[in-house]
Design a protein around this ligand. Structure first.
Ligand SMILES: NC(=O)c1ccc[n+]([C@@H]2O[C@H](COP(=O)([O-])OP(=O)(O)OC[C@H]3O[C@@H](n4cnc5c(N)ncnc54)[C@H](O)[C@@H]3O)[C@@H](O)[C@H]2O)c1
Length: 329
């Protein structure tokens, strides 16, 4: 394994380069590493997994593409030391959902896993920004914060960044416009109680609630909004039923979050962070539009919400809190 974990994190010139560590080289972790490599997100990409042959194989396969990417090093090991000195650590280790299982069904196993892996990670990468992806991501983020003792800025979850992308894709398809013209967020739990923030959504500068179809596109009335929301909430179940895991879109979503940190972008994204009096909601990790930069979570954005949206967000907070409590947090 030595050859696969030999790491230059500085250039011969002595200048510091960026290092991304990915914990868990399964469907999500390896796809995320591939997305980060293809996009040139970090100079060193380190993979860590307890499954030695798996991590070794993923590293070799990724390395063999280096001729076609920006200059990078890909390293990996079953020893957590491979994550040493990382700028960003992404945690994807954990059991995947089986068909029919909810994300909450994974809670017990993954909380145990966080107790096992977080102390070792913080030992080798105390200054890293931590991005949790393992499900149920909001509960896992809260548990990892408590276990690690890291400040809320430094550790947060990928939350509903993926779900918001799903929402924008479906809306763009229905309206017949480019995905980049749709601004809309899914907030709350990354899971069944998540809500769509319709009242602040817009398409091409037009508030979504005032949208009138263009060029044969569909209207976005209340019935269509309910249908689109259901489609977003059900999409992970549909993908898991068909191929056993979701990996491409989550890999890209996590990579964009990592870049917001490594490139100090100050990008607003619905990551899952520990809320402190957000519309009266505290002491729970939930997704709301949040400013992300080199520090990690810089601030939550106070998006105006309708009464229904606020009630939905509060119900989502209660449902996540109930799971936390069940596991002693
Ligand atoms: N937040 C999101 O948007 C999102 C989206 C998709 C999947 N997920 C979640 O990501 C997680 C991973 O999914 P997957 O499909 O990659 O699963 P997977 O089973 O393919 O991979 C998980 C990997 O974790 C490794 N692992 C287990 N214990 C470990 C430990 N102690 N240290 C290091 N590695 C360890 C396993 O060996 C395995 O390779 C699941 O919890 C899944 O629900 C989250």
């Amino acid at each position: 394994m030595a050859a696969l974990s030999d790491v230059p994190v500085t250039q011969p010139s002595g200048s510091r380069t960026t290092k991304l560590a990915v914990v868990g080289a399964g469907a999500v972790g390896s796809t995320l590493a591939f997305a980060a490599l293809a996009r040139g997100s970090a100079r060193t990409i380190a993979l860590h997994d307890i499954n030695r042959s798996k991590v070794e194989a993923e590293v070799l396969d990724l390395r063999h593409g280096l001729m076609f990417t920006s200059q990078a090093h890909v390293i990996g090991s079953d020893d957590v030391a491979v994550c040493e000195g990382a700028d960003v650590v992404v945690v994807t280790a954990g059991a995947k959902q089986k068909p029919g299982q909810t994300r909450i069904d994974l809670a017990e196993g993954t909380i145990g896993l966080m107790r096992e892996i977080m102390p070792g990670l913080v030992d080798v990468a105390p200054h890293a920004t931590y991005l949790m992806v393992t499900n149920p991501v909001d509960v896992v983020t809260y548990a990892a914060l408590k276990i690690s003792g890291l400040p809320r800025q430094q550790l947060f979850g990928s939350g509903t960044v993926l779900d918001s992308s799903r929402l924008r894709v479906v809306l763009a398809e229905r309206c017949g416009v480019a995905v980049g013209n749709v601004h809309a967020y899914i907030a709350g739990e990354h899971g069944d109680s998540e809500i769509a923030l319709w009242s602040s959504a817009s398409i091409g500068g037009v508030p979504l609630l005032d949208w009138e179809p263009v060029d044969g596109g569909a209207p976005i009335d209340a019935a269509v909004r309910a249908e689109v929301h259901r489609e977003v909430v059900d999409s992970a179940y549909r993908i898991i039923a068909g191929k056993g895991a979701t990996n491409y879109a989550v890999g890209l979503a996590a990579t964009r979050i990592i870049e917001a940190v490594l490139k100090d972008e100050r990008r607003i994204m619905p990551v899952s962070s520990l809320l402190d009096d957000y519309h009266g909601i505290s002491d729970v990790c939930l997704s709301v539009p949040t400013l992300v930069d080199r520090r990690g979570v810089a601030d939550n954005v106070r998006v105006p919400m309708s009464d229904d949206e606020l009630a939905g967000l509060r119900a989502s907070a209660e449902s996540v809190r109930a799971v936390q409590k069940r596991f002693g947090f």
